[in-house]
Design a protein around this ligand. Structure first.
Ligand code: FMN
Length: 332
């Protein structure tokens, strides 16, 4: 008798053959495809394994981990908008000790690249988590979620170039072989610095790549009760509404990096409103080496497979042998 249920058998058989046109490289980390599940939208690690074989993915970003467990904000903390979803989950996660105890031992058996995601409100927190993730051999890459307020300044780390440089420098120093991506907010409130400047600071301080972007700060109001829909009043908008905003930011950062010999070749991962393969292809043309899917997973848990197939055919139709040849090739 088979050890697998019929559903598991189906998933095992649904592993796509190698797709040589889609292999991509993030600062030395080889991905099978450029299609990645975004932080916080695919569970801690392998929750999506029930609906598809993770072997088909380029990578999965685990939910952001903080040093202490966090319950997150009170409900309601998610609402759907016409252009996507608004969330104020508030980084609910079981904390670093539970991650090391329960999740870390499972990572090596996940059949795709696992990217760790780190959040905190002090440099010490970020460094402690980075060191713990660096010690997990199967984690080759981590993403710093810098959209968290710094306890000292109250400003988000990612909005303050001085705090960002200090944070990225300290984390980069604490890592041995693990590569470091900095995930920026699309809105740099409270600072005259543009996202291009902040991305430059992140790389100059030791980052190996940039993820663009986290959600867009946003708010919804219930007109009957006159109260905010989210218990937290405001939240982060993701989904199709933000896609063109992020395409522009990827284009801005990629083109600025391309013109600067010290930054040329720094890889960018794009996240924002991918719901069709064409959205992912736009990100590639704007300058992304990999594309994350977040809110789109909620509407269609198998969206990443459709995007992967669409991208593979697109690269073939465009007459290229590998998708990396199309990165940043928008004609402006
Ligand atoms: C429900 C939800 C939870 C999220 N949790 C995290 C998180 O823990 N860490 C993080 O860096 N980003 C988190 N994000 C942001 C996503 O990773 C992604 O950057 C953003 O949603 C934009 O991509 P999308 O439009 O494809 O969703 C979350 C987004 C959603 C919708």
């Amino acid at each position: 008798m088979s050890m697998h249920s019929a559903a598991q058998e189906f998933l095992l058989q649904s592993i796509m053959p190698p797709l040589p046109r889609l292999t991509t490289n993030l600062a030395g980390v080889e991905l099978r495809t450029p299609v990645v599940l975004a932080a916080g939208t695919a569970g801690m690690l392998d929750e999506m394994a029930d609906v598809m074989s993770l072997a088909n993915l380029g990578a999965v970003v685990a939910k952001s981990v903080t040093r202490e467990p966090r319950e997150g904000n009170a409900f309601p903390r998610i609402t759907f908008t016409r252009g996507g979803m608004l969330n104020a989950i508030g980084l609910a996660n079981p904390g670093l000790d539970a991650f090391v105890r329960d999740t870390a031992p499972k990572i090596a058996s996940v059949p795709t690249t696992v990217i760790g995601s780190i959040a905190g409100d002090s440099i010490e927190d970020y460094v402690a988590i980075a060191q713990a993730m660096d010690a997990i051999e199967a984690v080759e890459l981590v993403e710093l979620n810098v959209s968290c307020p710094n306890v000292h300044s109250g400003l988000e780390f990612g909005a303050d170039p001085v705090a960002l440089a200090e944070l990225v420098g300290a984390v980069a120093e604490s890592l041995n072989s693990t590569k470091l991506f900095i995930k920026l907010s699309p809105i740099t409130v409270g600072t005259p610095n543009t996202i291009v400047d902040l991305a430059g600071v992140a790389v100059d301080s030791g980052g190996n790549g940039i993820t663009l972007t986290n959600t867009v700060p946003a708010m919804g109001i219930d007109v009957h009760t006159r109260k905010p829909i989210l218990s937290n009043t405001t939240g982060g908008l993701s989904g199709p509404a933000i896609h063109p905003i992020v395409v522009r930011l990827v284009h801005l950062v990629y083109s600025q990096f391309a013109h600067d010999p010290t930054h040329a070749g720094i890889p960018i991962m794009a996240a924002g409103g991918v719901t069709r393969w064409e959205d992912a292809a736009e990100f590639i043309l704007a300058g992304a080496s990999a594309v994350q899917i977040g809110a789109g997973n909620f509407a269609d848990p198998r969206l990443s497979l459709k995007v992967t197939k669409g991208l593979d055919k697109w690269v073939g139709r465009m007459g290229y042998t590998n998708i990396s040849e199309l990165v940043g090739t928008v004609i402006v």
